[in-house]
Design a protein. Structure first.
Lengths: 293, 342
């Protein structure tokens, strides 16, 4: 039993990371209807910026704040420069453009920082809490806490600020939002900025667990997609819940299903995506879209 | 912009109702097409006798990629669906051929239909759940397949050779042909590529092709016209996987070695990039894309290991902005600018 609980805790820790990247995906999808295949790579790039700042001698937390600010600006810039020209284009075009961005950002990071792996400092202390035979690493708790805080901040932003209200209006109906005087263009850019910031958080959380290298987020991205599909692409809460479920499912499958083991764990998101598409395509928390042809 | 021939042509296009071409004109344009095809065929048959073996090998690989891109083009360019995992079907074809060849010592010509069939069935199996929904989910599912395939290949070691892969004998040229190995492989690939091309053209000119174009251009309207969306989308996916599997089988013949790390997600993304740059929805796009995939990374790598990715990424985005029909579209535009003798 203790072993099972231990696995559960580990799964939640992994799930929190997936949840944070899934949150970034869902944010962009809500505002622009784009599934951003470059989200993981943007997060990786942000993590490199954080690494560069700490390597230059800045303490971790100021470096993180600076990184988040840079990511926010970078996300807005990408929306204004790269996404704006294809706004409203067919889904195929949008996917191809974000895939192009994926390739470009990945290679650019490799060009600037080489493909050699780098050690990323762990912001959380190394110890662990012992309770009832299971030990919870402080870093796991830290990751869960950070994702909780990000979730809470986003909730406050969307529910209790004027900017958040405007953003929800744009997500619900861009034309009507424009008619009541909301600057839709800037709001979309803001959405990308926010998503990049949340993505940067997930990158910084992942980097100490894996190693920092340009392909770091490739594996995480597919889990985040599974999480967003499971929770529903239009639901931030769903993304977090989905992320935790995916993390737990993956860890338990790896630990208890002998055939899967640690190497085939990456099949879990595929099974989850297929399962959700077959049984409940809108996801657990998503709304089914009714379309007028 | 005020090129007289171009504006005249534009006026002609807008003003004149689309009349069926007069027989003489049709004959002239058909003759031109046949002439172009004959020149191409002659060049393709002449080239391997003039080039050094390494360049013949490179040309062969261009054809292999072109076959894969032909399939991807059917799906992305003609049916408007997205696949980020065609490398996986490529790998399935390659491994099917390798395993049949290696374990059961099947004669190599027989591995081709089996590899193509395996990829077709796999495409059908994954297309059914993914195609019931919007194209976006297809992109997710195919990406997940591409990521999952590599550890899967490493797991079944007794069959696939694990991380070490399988090394095979390449098809030997028969004595009557008098060809060297590289030339024989080139002609084998050329024959398969031409057959695949003709099959693809036939498919697009048939009912299926018209249905796919209707789906790409307006799903709602297509459905109202009686096109069964899920059937055609799923079949397009399966056909497309079949072409990728065929290309994979050719790859095994030509390289004589398969390993999981040759078929990572990067292959899938490179294929998509090559197709977009070559030209979505055009017949020459796959060949131009094959040239691009084969030669650009090699040239760019001399600058920096990351340069191919930077170039691919920038080019994809640029192509989507300024030339959605890719190199094929640009070439077509240039050709039309050349004034014709009347």
């Amino acid at each position: 039993m203790a072993g099972f609980l231990q696995q559960l805790v580990q799964g939640l820790g992994a799930g929190a990371v997936y949840a944070s990247l899934a949150l970034a995906l869902v944010l962009i999808y809500q505002f622009t209807g784009i599934v951003n295949f470059a989200q993981g790579e943007l997060a990786m790039f942000s993590t490199y910026i954080a690494w560069q700042l700490t390597a230059a001698g800045l303490p971790f937390w100021p470096a993180l704040v600076l990184t988040l600010a840079v990511s926010f600006a970078g996300g807005m810039l990408i929306e204004r420069v790269i996404i704006r020209p294809v706004e409203g284009a067919p889904e195929l075009t949008l996917v191809i453009v974000t895939v192009g961005l994926f390739i470009f950002v990945n290679a650019a990071a490799g060009w600037i920082w080489t493909f050699l792996i780098k050690d990323f400092p762990n912001p959380f202390p190394a110890g662990a809490l012992e309770a009832g035979g299971i030990s919870i690493g402080l870093s796991t708790l830290g990751v869960l806490a950070v994702v909780g805080v990000v979730m809470g901040l986003l909730y406050l932003l969307f529910r209790h600020t004027k900017i958040g209200l405007g953003m929800r209006a744009v997500a619900a109906n861009p034309e009507s939002a424009r008619l009541v005087g909301i600057r839709v263009g800037w709001t979309l850019a803001l959405g990308w900025g926010l998503a990049s910031t949340v993505g940067a958080v997930s990158g910084v959380l992942v980097a100490p667990l894996l190693f920092l290298e340009p392909n770091m987020m490739g594996g995480v991205l597919i889990y985040a997609f599974a999480a967003a599909t499971l929770g529903g692409f239009d639901s931030p809460v769903g993304a977090v819940v989905g992320g935790l479920i995916v993390g737990v499912a993956e860890t338990l499958a790896g630990a208890y299903v002998g055939f899967i083991g640690s190497d085939l764990k990456v099949g879990v998101p595929l099974v989850i995506i297929l399962g959700v598409l077959l049984l409940r395509p809108q996801g657990l928390f998503g709304r089914a879209v009714v379309e007028r042809a | 912009m005020s090129n007289p021939t171009e504006t005249d042509a534009a006026q002609e296009r807008t003003a004149a109702p689309p009349t069926p071409p007069r027989p003489a004109e049709w004959w002239r344009s058909a003759r031109r097409q046949w002439a172009a095809a004959a020149v191409l065929a002659a060049a393709a048959c002449y080239a391997p006798f003039q080039l050094v073996p390494f360049h013949v090998f490179q040309l062969t690989m261009v054809l292999v990629y072109a076959v894969a891109l032909l399939g991807l083009n059917l799906l992305v360019g003609h049916a408007g669906q997205i696949s980020l995992g065609h490398g996986a079907f490529f790998a399935v074809g390659a491994y099917t051929a390798a395993i049949l060849f290696d374990r059961w010592a099947l004669p190599y010509p027989l591995t081709l239909p089996v590899a193509a069939g395996a990829a077709f069935l796999l495409g059908l199996a994954f297309g059914v759940p993914a195609m019931r929904l919007r194209g976006l989910y297809l992109a997710l599912v195919t990406l997940a397949i591409a990521i999952f395939l590599v550890p899967l290949l490493k797991r079944f070691e007794e069959l696939t050779g694990g991380s070490m892969g399988l090394t095979l004998a390449k098809p030997a040229p028969p004595a009557w042909s008098g060809l060297a190995e590289d030339q024989w492989l080139y002609f084998l690939t050329l024959v398969v590529a031409v057959a695949a091309f003709l099959l693809c053209v036939g498919l697009l000119r048939s009912r299926v092709g018209r249905a796919l174009h209707a789906i790409r251009d307006n799903e709602g309207a297509a459905e109202v016209m009686g096109v069964r969306l899920s059937v055609h989308k799923t079949l397009a996916f399966a056909w497309s996987a079949m072409f990728a599997g065929t290309a994979g089988c050719l790859y095994t013949w030509v390289i004589g070695f398969v390993s999981p790390d040759s078929f990572t997600v990067n292959l899938s993304i490179t294929l998509l990039a090559g197709l977009v740059v070559g030209g979505l929805g055009s017949l020459s796009g796959p060949v131009l894309g094959g040239l691009f995939v084969m030669f650009v990374p090699g040239i760019a790598q001399d600058i920096n290991d990351a340069a191919p990715g930077v170039i691919f990424g920038l080019l994809i985005i640029a192509v989507m902005y300024v030339a959605p029909t890719g190199l094929a579209g640009l070439a077509g535009r240039l050709l039309r600018k050349i004034p014709r003798k009347e």
